[in-house]
Every structure is written in structure tokens, then in C-alpha cells.
Design a protein around this ligand. Structure first.
Ligand code: ADP
Ligand code: MG
Length: 320
């Protein structure tokens, strides 16, 4: 006979908690944020066929489900505390659940956070995680604080996850080693939590790049009431992506999605401090442009001419 709902929770998703006041097993979990802190909360859902392919390894799926949520805390400069997991499974495949839990808890342990509750149901494979973090009052990084003449920065490299997707779609061919590298970017993104914390008091605005730079930077510009200029050639990309055709590179870095890098603005006077903060967080950052007056984004190519952005729209689940 197959294993039941409560056995499943007990076997794979219940571990003793130390930081939380109460974990899995009661009607609510109880968290213990430090006195006076703001609680930062974010939810992200992963749906099979939409956000991941059925062939992804369960470990990597467990990692990514939590990583995309931690990325939102990172973008706010919040320190992760705990998370809940709502899981719909078509059936209990023990290898799948064990692998998923292993990938999930490996990343949770890396960030010293605990799974404190959730919900488990039968249904089409669907993973919804809510993360809780803490940030001192007034120190959260928001989308609304960018100011004219601030520099714009990006962490890591952009576009590899999109390149991997293009390979899976059969639009691009890569050799095995190159594909494995970009596939890692797609399936095992590294949330920039340490960078987010290091940018408190330096960045004037921040967002994590989940839907592509053009769309996500657009959110900062709209919320901040400013415009921006970005140099296409300054957008950091991996050696694998840099070896692709220019049009493909452009689409991947401008509209790729699934990068989970941080995009942030900071006063030019803090340029050296930003570099030092990033070094301390163990992350490479690149200055890619600046905030300007007016509204909207201008991306300049190597020839100094503006790139047509109509071709590089952000991903939108409800738009073709
Ligand atoms: P209730 O019916 O009161 O909402 P449930 O029976 O759904 O509680 O869940 C029992 C306990 O197991 C609760 O503490 C809940 O938070 C926890 N839980 C359920 N599913 C998960 C999961 N996937 N991961 C972690 N905890 C879970
Ligand atoms: Mg329930």
C-alpha cells in the first residue's frame, strides 16, 4: 500500500526546529523574529510544464523551489528565517519525494533556515513555498528608491537559463559540457542572499531578475519614477553565451528570465563601496548603466545606437 499524507509529512518534511518557536505538526508554526524587526514575506509557485520540465532531477527541483523564494528575500535585503511548503503530488513516488526533500533541505541548511509547516495534497505537480525573513525597519531594499544619476548594477551573469531553455526547445545546439553549464544556471540558481544583506544602506533600489532585465528594470523605473540607460555590452554573460550569435545573446541577456541575479541602483559616490560589499558577499557585480531623468529604458548597442526593445518583452504568463 502506498504511504499516506501524514506519513509523508513525518518522513520527509519534519525535522526538529531550533530557530523557530514551533515547527511542523500543529495548526500554526510560531516564528521568533528578533525584537523590533520587520517580517519580510514572499511566495512563489512552481508549476510543472510552466516553470520546470518533467525531466528535471528531483534534487534540483527541490533546490530551485526554495532558491527562487530566497531570491525575493535577497532582493529586499532581508535575512531568511523560515519557510512553508505547499505541495501537490499526483502520487507518492518515494524516490521523487526523497530527492526533492534532499535538494530542498541542502539549500535550507546552507542558509540556516527551517521548514516550519505547509500543506500536502494529491493533484497535478505543483510546489508553492512561502519564505519569511527579517529586516530592520527602514532598511529593506525596495523597487521605489532609484534616483537620477544612480549607477545600475547586476550580479553574476545573465541569460544562461534562457539559453538552456532554447536548447531544450531544440532551437539551439550546444556541446555536452556547455549545455551542462547553462543547464545548471537554469536548474540550480544561487539566490544572492549575502549580496542583498551587504547592500543594505548602499543600494537605493533592488529587484531580483526572474522575468528578464527589460521587464524587471521596468518595474524599478516605474516605481521610482525615473528612466535608465543601459549599455548592452556591459551586461555580464558567461563564456558559453558570449560564443552565441549576437541576436541570441541580446534576447537572452535582455529578456531571458530565470536568472535570479540582483539588479540594483546605488549612488555613483558609493561605487567602490558596492564593489567591496559584493566582494565580501563572494559575488561578482557589474556596473551596466545609470538612472536618468524621464521615464523608460534605453539600451545602447556598441555603435551607440538604441536597441529596439519591442522585440525583447518580459515574460508574462497571460500574454502570448
Ligand atoms: P491542517 O489540516 O490543520 O491545516 P494539515 O493536516 O494540513 O494541518 O498538516 C499537518 C501539519 O503538517 C501542519 O503542521 C502542517 O503545517 C504540516 N505540513 C503539511 N504539509 C507539509 C509539508 N509539505 N511540509 C511541511 N509541513 C507540512
Ligand atoms: Mg492543511
Amino acid at each position: 500500500v502506498s504511504i499516506g499524507e501524514f506519513d509523508l509529512i513525518a518522513r520527509w518534511f519534519t525535522r526538529p526546529v531550533r530557530r523557530a518557536a514551533l515547527g511542523v505538526g500543529d495548526d500554526c508554526a510560531l516564528l521568533a523574529p528578533a525584537p523590533g524587526m520587520r517580517l519580510a514575506v514572499s511566495t512563489d509557485m512552481l508549476v510543472e510544464g510552466r516553470h520546470f520540465v518533467s525531466t528535471v532531477s528531483p534534487q534540483r527541483l527541490g533546490h530551485k523551489a526554495l532558491a527562487v523564494n530566497l531570491s525575493d528575500l535577497a532582493a529586499c535585503g532581508a535575512k531568511p528565517l523560515a519557510f512553508t511548503l505547499a505541495l501537490a503530488l499526483p502520487r507518492v513516488d518515494e524516490d521523487f519525494v526523497a530527492g526533492f526533500a534532499a535538494g530542498l533541505f541542502a539549500l535550507a541548511d546552507e542558509h540556516s533556515i527551517e521548514l516550519v509547516g505547509g500543506d500536502t495534497t494529491a493533484g497535478p505537480l505543483n510546489i508553492c513555498i512561502t519564505v519569511f525573513g527579517e529586516v530592520p525597519p527602514g532598511q529593506a531594499l525596495l523597487r521605489s528608491g532609484a534616483r537620477v544619476d544612480d549607477e545600475l548594477w547586476v550580479s553574476g551573469t545573465l541569460g544562461d537559463a534562457r539559453l538552456a531553455l532554447e536548447v531544450l526547445r531544440g532551437h539551439v545546439a550546444l556541446d555536452g559540457a556547455a549545455f551542462e553549464r547553462v543547464r545548471r544556471a537554469m536548474e540550480v540558481p544561487q539566490p544572492r542572499v549575502a549580496l542583498g544583506l551587504a547592500l543594505r544602506g548602499l543600494a537605493t533600489s533592488a529587484i531580483d531578475l526572474s522575468d528578464g532585465l527589460v521587464g524587471d528594470l521596468g518595474h524599478i523605473l516605474e516605481r521610482s519614477g525615473v528612466g535608465a540607460r543601459v549599455e548592452l555590452d556591459c551586461l555580464p554573460r558567461s563564456a558559453v553565451l558570449a560564443a552565441q550569435a549576437p541576436e541570441l545573446q541580446r534576447e537572452c541577456v535582455l529578456a531571458g528570465g530565470d536568472d535570479y541575479e540582483l539588479l540594483f541602483s546605488a549612488p555613483a559616490s558609493l561605487h567602490a563601496a558596492v564593489l567591496q560589499a559584493a566582494r565580501g558577499a563572494g559575488v561578482v557585480v557589474a556596473c551596466v548603466g545609470h538612472i536618468s531623468t524621464g521615464s523608460g529604458l534605453q539600451v545602447l548597442g556598441a555603435d551607440g545606437r538604441a536597441v529596439d526593445l519591442a522585440a525583447h518583452r518580459a515574460f508574462d504568463h497571460f500574454r502570448a
